[in-house]
Design a protein around this ligand. Structure first.
Ligand SMILES: NC(=O)c1ccc[n+]([C@@H]2O[C@H](COP(=O)([O-])OP(=O)(O)OC[C@H]3O[C@@H](n4cnc5c(N)ncnc54)[C@H](O)[C@@H]3O)[C@@H](O)[C@H]2O)c1
Length: 684
């Protein structure tokens, strides 16, 4: 057994490892709000010390108190292992079950410093998307995974491994819950308080469920969004050549925008306030040019428009200034959006205009009330400027970052019934939202992802080759393309465009060099596509074409799995967008139909308390059981979401679920009857 394997099996070391230096080369999480009372701080230390032998308490109590003071959280930096963390070939992990080893591969990928946003704080993406709350949880979890058998299940409570419990071969090996709160305790400050106490965490979507595959997932989703947004604004079926897309953020997910803009063929201007982040994306060739001066930016964009260039430009500065400057200089914006981290507005997700990056960081820690005022003022200014552009014809959409929600909370002029919009020549039309005042703009799911993809069952299916071999990934690409090509021949016209886009994507995937971290691929596919591709992989593992197990999964941002009224389920108009039954049903249903692990989270994308989302991981090992599991679970996993969308009367979903019922005799879904509108006229 090598040292890495021995260390995994040791779990939390018996003797204290050397204290670690705070590495300034690494991108660290911002200092969190000082929210705990004195007694609560003592409780946080007691909670943290639970993981350690009493003989270490004196040293660690002081150290953890210092971490809490300096960073607002106890990360237990000292216990960060010395070995490199990355998705190793599956056989390098110690263990008694291939399923648990595959989960270790996925966890280590989420914490790889080439993949994770704040690796030392165990945060994968989105500023606060945590895999674990501290290093003790990581060490203990890896030890349990290495020790467990196929007759046990590990339960993870918001990063904390509660323990191994007897179960059975067909049960999930791991069940994860993240941030599950009693509903009344789910306000942003509750996350600050209970996370600082060490009893909950924000798992985002694929961070706390070990399913993050680097920026590739988001490049694909963003490309599909920009392409379809382009189709939406095209007057004569033209493409995006010479059209301008303005947005913000070059971070974990937002950083995909310039690359996606290039693939979709437009001019992209993406504002980013953090110079380190700009340098990273430029260094990775994810953005073509960097401009720091607004006048130069205007000239450069005008030239790009004249020449119909396909180019992406990072503007180092505040997005609000870009919207304002382009209005003054009469630069027409075709597509507009925003991807600052507004799911986390008060702790570094959004930088207000008029304050430097450094001044903002200082103010949010030292004077959070004043900082909140500045953020809200900035959101009002940004909205006013966006409104001027949309009056001139810009198509603006919310990119799932809670922009509309936070702008409305800031008192910005953003409601559909406001005179600003009602007095326009072509006022925006109501989409039929209930229980809330409707926004003048749509979310990308309402206009694009929902009706064009999710309602038909198309969503971000993904797989990971646990051999860690590029060759295996290449083989899976070829298999997936072969399956899609066959399926396209018999696909109805309604889904031909989706099939076409995805075949293009998989053909270009190798060339676009999208792998960062594990050997993973994403592909938008419907239930049939997912099952058939998975079955073909399982056969290829069985006959040795592929050398090791494959992990299947998906983003939580999908057809099913996520109830989020301002994002994934924003195109549901029967009132049920504020319920979370579907996400819970999904994860329970996945768990007894064969998932290897399942997870359910509060928060993710749009923020703590605003969404419930879940997902799964499934290990294919070439066995007959794996084949049965994938057929049963993938069918349910997608069709559960379609049936809910169909019951909400979404046309695409009605079409898709009827088609699924024709193919599967055991599927019987309750269908909605339509009601004549005039019947409702004089009832009250
Ligand atoms: N890409 C997608 O498909 C997608 C889907 C759903 C949701 N989202 C949401 O998008 C948001 C961004 O995600 P992320 O992972 O990139 O987060 P991130 O925190 O890594 O990146 C956001 C970036 O915005 C920058 N920023 C903040 N305020 C700014 C301002 N005023 N001007 C210019 N730059 C500013 C920050 O410096 C940061 O680098 C999140 O809320 C996420 O949930 C993205």
């Amino acid at each position: 057994m090598n040292t890495f394997q021995q260390q995994i099996l040791h779990g939390i070391p018996v003797e204290l490892p050397q204290a670690k230096k705070y590495d300034l080369e690494i991108n660290h999480a911002p200092k969190r709000k000082d929210i705990l009372s004195l007694d609560e701080k003592k409780l946080a230390i007691r909670n943290a010390l639970r993981y350690f032998d009493k003989k270490h308490h004196e040293v660690l109590a002081k150290e953890f108190a210092q971490e809490l003071k300096e960073y607002g959280r106890i990360y237990m930096y000292r216990f960060r292992p010395d070995y490199d963390i990355y998705a190793r070939p599956i056989q390098e992990y110690p263990g008694k079950t291939e399923q648990a080893k595959a989960i270790m591969h996925m966890i280590q990928n989420n914490l790889n410093k080439a993949v994770a946003q704040h690796p030392h704080e165990l945060i994968t993406y989105g500023g606060n998307g945590a895999v674990f709350q501290n290093w003790a949880q990581y060490l203990l979890t890896m030890k349990y995974l290495a020790e467990m058998t196929d007759e046990q299940t590990l339960t993870i409570y918001s990063g904390h491994p509660m323990g191994l419990f007897p179960s059975n071969k067909n049960a999930p090996r791991v069940v994860v819950t993240n941030g599950m709160m009693i509903p009344n305790y789910s306000k942003p400050d509750d996350w600050e308080r209970y996370n600082a106490l060490g009893v909950t965490q924000y798992g985002q979507m694929t961070a706390g469920s070990y399913m993050y595959i680097g920026p590739q997932g988001i490049v694909h989703g963003t490309t599909i969004t920009v392409l379809n947004a382009g189709r939406k604004i095209a007057k004569h079926g033209e493409n995006l050549a010479g059209k301008l897309f303005v947005t913000s953020g070059l971070g974990g997910m937002s950083g995909a925008q310039p690359k996606a803009g290039n693939i979709a063929g437009c001019i992209t201007v993406c504002a980013e306030i953090n110079p380190k982040v700009v340098a990273t994306r430029f260094g990775q060739n994810w953005v073509d040019e960097v401009i720091t001066d607004l006048d130069i930016l205007v000239k450069r964009v005008q030239k790009a428009k004249e020449n119909k260039e396909v180019i992406s430009i990072a503007y180092l500065g505040n997005i609000v200034n870009v919207w304002q400057k382009f209005d003054e200089a009469s630069v027409f914006i075709d597509l507009g959006s925003d991807q600052t981290s507004l799911h986390n507005p008060w702790a570094g997700g959004y930088y207000p205009v008029g304050l430097s990056y450094e001044a903002s960081n200082k103010m949010m820690a030292e004077n959070p009330e004043k900082f909140k005022e500045k953020v809200q003022e900035s959101l009002r200014l940004q909205t006013t400027s966006i409104n001027k552009h949309t009056e001139k014809g810009t198509y603006f959409f919310d990119y799932g970052n809670a922009f509309l929600l936070e702008a409305s909370r800031a008192g910005a002029d953003i409601y559909l019934d406001s005179p600003t919009f009602q007095n326009r020549k072509n006022p925006p039309q109501s989409r039929g939202a209930v229980g809330v005042r409707e926004f003048a703009y749509s979310s990308y799911v309402e206009d694009i992802m929902g009706p064009m993809c999710f309602d038909f069952g198309f969503g971000p299916f993904r797989w990971v080759c646990t051999s860690a071999k590029a060759k295996d990934l290449e083989k899976t690409d070829a298999i997936a393309l072969e399956v899609l090509t066959k399926l396209k021949l018999e696909s109805p016209t309604e889904i031909q465009q989706q099939m076409e886009d995805n075949m293009q994507w998989i053909k270009g995937a190798q060339e676009n060099k999208l792998v960062v971290g594990s050997q993973a691929r994403i592909l938008y596919a419907d239930a049939e596509g997912r099952s058939q591709i998975a079955e073909a992989f399982n056969q290829a593992i069985k006959n040795g074409t592929i050398s090791a197990p494959i992990v299947l999964g998906r983003d939580h941002h999908d057809v099913s799995g996520t109830d989020s009224p301002f994002r994934e389920t924003s195109n549901i108009y029967d009132g049920s967008q504020f319920t979370a039954d579907m996400a819970i049903q999904n994860v329970i249903g996945d768990s007894f139909r064969g998932a290897t692990w399942v997870s359910i989270h509060n928060g993710g994308g749009v923020g703590w308390g605003e969404v419930i989302n879940g997902g799964f991981g499934m290990v294919l090992d070439g066995s007959e059981e794996a084949s049965k599991r994938l057929q049963s679970m993938l069918f349910w996993d997608v069709n559960n979401g379609i049936s809910r969308r169909s019951w909400a009367r979404n046309d695409g979903a009605v079409f898709a679920i009827k088609r699924a019922m024709k193919k599967e005799a055991n599927l019987k879904v309750t269908m909605p009857n339509s009601v004549a509108t005039d019947l409702l006229e004089n009832l009250f």
